[in-house]
Design a binder for this molecule. Structure first.
Ligand code: CDP
Length: 222
């Protein structure tokens, strides 16, 4: 029954533009949207507040089970506190990738991620949406771009928010995060066999959105 509700899974490395693209695609189709990276960021933030070491798999997973997480109008709430800005820092991005290596944490977040799979459909973005969390997704996209293009995007984002930014450091952090995401044993960042590869180096965001919508319409009209 649930399999009848469509899922578009958009996976890829850091700063590939997945979030922006996934949100637009969800809006255009009137679908729900799951930002799975935000969940790992929330766990990093909450454990940091409780002085739980990010390397402690059991404590991190136990803490995650106690969190009440809610998304509303582009804002993220943890236990009714707005943590939208707190979780978007570079530190929490790094923390998210450190906690995300733990299999018990990934298992603890499984049901929460599935609770977003509702009528009329879902667009889910992350690292393992098409491989692990929604393996039966109707459309799987692997969105990537060179590390240099992604670092430049992240740099522009930070400058746009009037935050201090150093391109070389951003590039190094991003490469470190990519390496950790790809090499972990639990749900590593890999392209699903049946995913469509989208290389975004020479594509604008509107072009990426159009391509994904066309691929989706193509699949649904078969
Ligand atoms: O914003 P950015 O693309 O850099 O990262 P994000 O999507 O917010 O995810 C933060 C971190 O969470 C990633 O570097 C991954 O390590 C982890 N993550 C994951 O392991 N699985 C997911 N489905 C989503 C994110």
């Amino acid at each position: 029954m649930l399999d009848a509700i469509p899922v578009i899974a958009i996976d890829g490395p850091s700063a590939s533009g997945k979030g922006t693209v996934a949100q637009f695609v969800a809006e255009r189709l009137g679908f729900h949207y799951l930002d799975s990276g935000a969940l790992y960021r929330i766990v990093a933030w909450a454990t940091h507040k409780k002085n739980i070491d990010w390397s402690n798999a059991t404590a991190v997973a136990e803490c995650a089970k106690t969190l009440v997480i809610r998304f509303s109008n582009n804002q993220v709430f943890l236990n009714n506190q707005d943590v939208t800005a707190d979780i978007r820092t570079e530190k929490m991005g790094k923390g998210a990738s450190e906690v995300a290596v733990h299999a018990p944490l990934r298992a603890a977040l499984h049901d929460l991620q599935h609770s977003f799979h509702k009528f009329p459909g879902l667009v889910a973005d992350g690292r393992d949406m098409g491989t692990v969390v929604f393996p039966n997704a109707q459309l799987k996209i692997f969105l990537t771009a060179s590390a240099e293009v992604r670092a430049k995007r992240r740099y522009d984002q930070l400058v746009g928010k009037n935050e201090s930014a150093n391109y070389e450091k951003i590039l190094l952090d991003l490469q470190e995060r990519d390496a950790r995401d790809k090499s972990r044993t639990s749900a590593p960042l890999i392209m699903a066999d049946d995913a469509i590869l989208l290389e975004a180096d020479n594509l604008t965001i509107p072009q990426e959105i159009d391509l994904i919508l066309k691929k989706y319409q193509g699949k649904m009209c078969k």
